[in-house]
Ligand binder design. Sequence first.
Ligand code: NAD
Length: 494
Amino acid sequence: MQRISHWVGNRVVPGTSGRTGKVFNPATGEQQAEVDLASTAEVDAVVASAKAAFVQWRATNMSRRAEVMFRMRELLDANRKELASILTLEHGKVTSDALGEIARGVENVEFACGVPALLKGGYSEQASSGVDVYSIRQPLGVVAGITPFNFPAMVPMWMFANAIMCGNAFVLKPSEKDPSASMFIADLLRQAGLPDGVFNVVHGDKEAVDRILVHPDVSAVSFVGSTPIAKYVYETGTRNGKRVQALGGAKNHMLVLPDADLDMAADAAVSAAYGSAGERCMAVSVVLAVESVADRLVGKIAERIPNIKVGPGSDPSSEMGPLISREHRDKVAGYVTGAAAEGAKVVVDGTPRAAGEGYFLDPSLIDGVKPGMRCYDDEIFGPVLSVMRVSGYEEGLRTINDNQFGNGTAIFTRDGGVARQFQFDVNVGMVGVNVPIPVPVSYYSFGGWKASLFGDQHMYGPEGVTFYTRTKVVTSRWPDPRTSSVDLGFPQNR
Ligand code: NAD
């Protein structure tokens, strides 16, 4: 059985806790590896390695740091296919989707190559007589990233690229369900010339996370995962004096107005709901269909579903792979079965597929969904699209704004004025206009509102750089006998 161990000081370090987790191939249901789960003492050792490396790394000049990141970009580019196959094997996503994940992750590495431009401070000459004032940005120290199963390559890239370029040392605690991508990335960083200890991987579960959250030498924590854990990480981390950004779950609504191109809207809804088997935090999970076009739209979505090829991610003809685990597949299927019991109409039932050894589920479509039904109130995180019928723009907007989550949303319309009003009115962090998955490009920042994000800074882009640095303001005077005198008054500008 393959064993996946930690990465410390630029080499593989076997775990010593005696605890391991099982890693499955979701397409077959077979266990294919075991991953070491770190103890508190092992987390301490990883943080100590990062702390030691930080001293040299923060003193390394920016152009040298950028050189490493440029090389990392080239290595990622050259190894896209191999990394994609690792993602498919452990996560289950189809190859095209895995390559898409890598491409969006690499964007963040490319952005990070230019981070020196954002590390510039300000300078005020002659703020007082002979006195200059300037600000500088400095790294925080050891920063940690705790990441979810659904983007095992991209989400770590959201974090470590900027963190490292800002001069921090990084400790990654990836999802224990698909831990191999992080090891592959770690080795690429080593090949890129990153010094020992600047990037580390510690595998683990709650025990490792809990240690990171209270460790006195961890300055900041970036988290992406489900809302209950995001809230826990934010509260525990901040209570222990850490800077924390914790991104949580989602329920993304797509509002389709009567003037929309319904074929385009149906294509978008199907792509955004069932891509990656719905295991995306930006997946569309609810279509808000204005009543006058709802029947036609539901018909167009339903007629597209049978064409989706569900199968192993390694089969080039597959468009949708399995879910991450048997438990999760059965939980998702339960939402579909439960929806019928709650009075919704299951238009397409994908649950019969749930019987096999692989964790496959076919796409499901549920109509007549309402707030209060579990399939609406909970994040399902699977290939299930709900349709809620609304009277018009106002009810659609109210529904979105009343939802506990605020990650992504989209409006489909030909009316630019209404689209502009929507972007003004909606309480959601990322908004698409005829774009169903509006993940910001790397030079903007990613983050939701409400229960989708705890913390003040969104992830990656300019806000990522702000998150991973702190400013220092220097007030400076050089000896000049002409301006020197004893003065016990409060320093004033004169
Ligand atoms: P998860 O919350 O179960 O796990 C995320 C991380 O937290 C993992 O590293 C895991 O080991 C750790 N963890 C799990 N339980 C813990 C506990 N009790 N105490 C401490 N740590 C714990 O999430 P997941 O199932 O891996 O990922 C899916 C979730 O992530 C979905 O809710 C999805 O919406 C969300 N997500 C959000 C975004 C975003 O940007 N907002 C992006 C991707 C995924």
